[in-house]
Design a protein around this ligand. Structure first.
Ligand code: GAR
Length: 185
């Protein structure tokens, strides 16, 4: 059997993208070697437990600077030797301490460079374009600013905000899995 490709997944909340990675890639040519969250109350923690994936919870409150937090994240990740780290709803700005040591990709729910940062789905829905969408990009120390790997468009035509939001959240899951496969080809 071919060797499984090792990935790490970082999340902060619900973890539905993490769950999708587990469902589609884990033990299917890939191995989620560690899941890591900055939120001790993240719902996604249950996903790691159910799938018996090693979990690291690192609470930023325990660290006095972004750099100190990032250094611990880097150290923990390196213990599992992932080939790629996937930010799947990881809601933190990362410093060069992380970005210069960890090869990572991020999912963002807009067509970058439009609508960097928080509330990207809301902002996309309200802008003048007929389409919004999702982007997967390499992580750099510029927020939502690294090189784009792939994007998928989502038409807003005839959709309520709730329907658009649901469509984005469905499209982003397949886009993220596709980007992981592409990146580790
Ligand atoms: C996803 O919609 C993802 O695109 C977004 O957070 C959500 C996490 O959902 N990420 C960002 O906004 C990154 N800036 P999940 O916890 O259910 O996977």
């Amino acid at each position: 059997m071919a060797k499984r490709k090792k990935i790490a997944v970082l999340f902060s909340g619900k973890g539905s993208n993490f769950a999708h990675i587990v469902k589609t890639l884990h033990h299917e040519g890939f191995e989620v070697v560690v899941a890591l969250t900055n939120n001790p109350n993240a719902e996604g923690i249950e996903i790691a437990k159910t799938a018996s994936i090693p979990l690291e919870v690192i609470d930023p409150k325990a660290y006095e600077s972004r750099e100190a937090f990032d250094a611990v994240v880097v150290e923990r990740l390196q213990q599992y030797s992932p080939e790629l780290t996937v930010l799947a709803g990881f809601m933190r700005i990362l410093t060069p301490v992380f970005t210069e040591q960890i090869k990572s990709i991020n999912l963002h729910p807009s067509l970058l460079p439009r609508h960097k940062g928080l509330k990207a789905i809301e902002k996309s829905y309200e802008d003048e374009h007929s389409h919004g969408g999702v982007s997967i990009h390499y992580v750099s120390s510029e927020l939502d600013g690294g090189e784009v790997i792939l994007q998928k468009e989502v038409s807003k035509e005839g959709l309520s905000f709730e329907a658009y939001d649901e469509k984005v959240r469905s499209v982003e899951k397949d886009a993220l899995v596709e980007a992981i496969r592409l990146t580790l080809k």
